[in-house]
Structures are given as C-alpha cells and as structure tokens.
Design a protein around this ligand. Structure first.
Ligand SMILES: [Zn+2]
Length: 204
C-alpha cells in the first residue's frame, strides 16, 4: 500500500525530519522496577500473522496465552544486549537512537512479510500496513495487535511526542504521529535498525 503524504516542499520535509530526529536527553526512568519486571512477562498476542511463532506458555502466573518466549528481557544488561545486537541496533533500541533518514535498510522496502523486533523477535508490523511517508524511515499505519506500546517523550520540551517501544522487551522503535493515512490516521515512524524483516516465503 502506498499512501503519499504531502512532502513536496523542503520545509515540510525538514519538519518531518525534525519530528523523527534524535534528541539525546531522554535518560528518564518512567517505570519503576516493579513495572519493569511485570512487562517482561507481558502477554504479547501474536495474531494471525504469526501464529506459527507461538511458543509454549510461560510458567509465570502473570502470563496468559502465548508469549514471544520466556526470556526475562528486563534483566538483560547492556553488556548482554551489546553481544546480541550490532552497534547500530544497540544505539537505536537500547539508547533511543535514530538512524539518519533514507539510510536504513527498510525505509523503502516493499517486500511482503512481517517486521520483527531485532531484540526479542516479537512480530511488530505487517508489510501490508507499510506506506511511503516520504520521511526516509519505514512507516506503518498500525502495529500488530498490541505488540508495541507508547510512552510520552518530552525530550523535546516544546514538542511532546509519543515514543513507540516493543511491548515485550521495551526496545525503542521510533515515534507515532497523528498524520498517517486511514484507516487509523497514525504514522508509526520506525527505525529500520530496530526491525528485522521476515519475508512471507521464509515464514514457516
Ligand atoms: Zn522486542
């Protein structure tokens, strides 16, 4: 699906770039340790797109239904994440970084498939919800089920934004804006570096 958002002027493009730009001031802790632990067992509904990825239920009493896996991502240290991720992936997902526009692997990808979290493999976005936003970042009008969640991001004081994170492992993915196409009107502006595309033909 291709939906062009008017970005014909340099000014509009700059505004969009600005909206997705990284402003390294968000070191706030918005959740206490209790909620951090809870979210590690958060149920992540995989939906019809990825039922094949369902794994055995967690033994945790807090877990209901399928989860991505039983890993307690909240206990991962930065050293462990660094081992698992590339430098760029670590910078984006664990340090709230932003890749430069038009440089990421998926900004212009049209391959049918499912975009997964590079950190925990949770299925996040379906290619059918991807659209050309003209921003240079992969953009989607909706996530898969409730596999992402949002947090208020006040790192730019005069421009509150909604940060998008992986519901399972809290990886920073990008931001969501209200200027997307129908049917949701949302624009999930996501870093390619936080995503791994699994093309349909490779889905088991
Ligand atoms: Zn994740």
């Amino acid at each position: 699906m291709t939906v062009k958002i008017p970005t014909t002027t340099i000014g509009a493009t700059l505004i969009r770039s600005f909206k997705c730009s990284f402003f390294p001031s968000d070191s706030r802790t918005t959740r206490n340790s209790s909620s951090k632990r809870r979210k590690s067992f958060r149920t992540v509904r995989m939906g019809s797109f990825s039922s094949n990825l369902s794994k055995p239920e967690s033994s945790s009493a807090e877990s209901v239904g399928d989860t991505t896996d039983n890993t307690d991502y909240s206990s991962f240290t930065n050293a462990e994440w660094k081992k698992k991720l590339t430098k760029e992936q670590f910078y984006i997902t664990r340090q709230k970084g932003t890749e430069r526009a038009f440089t990421g692997e998926h900004w212009n990808t049209k391959t049918p498939g499912i975009y997964h979290c590079v950190c925990c493999d949770s299925s996040l976005f379906h290619s059918s919800t991807k659209f050309d936003s003209g921003t240079g970042w992969p953009s989607y009008y909706k996530p898969i089920d409730d596999n992402v969640r949002t947090k208020l991001d006040m790192s730019i004081i005069f421009m509150p934004r909604k940060e998008v994170v992986c519901a399972a492992c809290d990886a920073h993915l990008g931001h969501v804006f209200d200027d997307g196409p129908q049917p949701t009107g949302k624009r999930f502006c996501i870093n390619s570096g936080s995503l791994e595309l699994k093309p349909h033909q490779q889905q088991q």
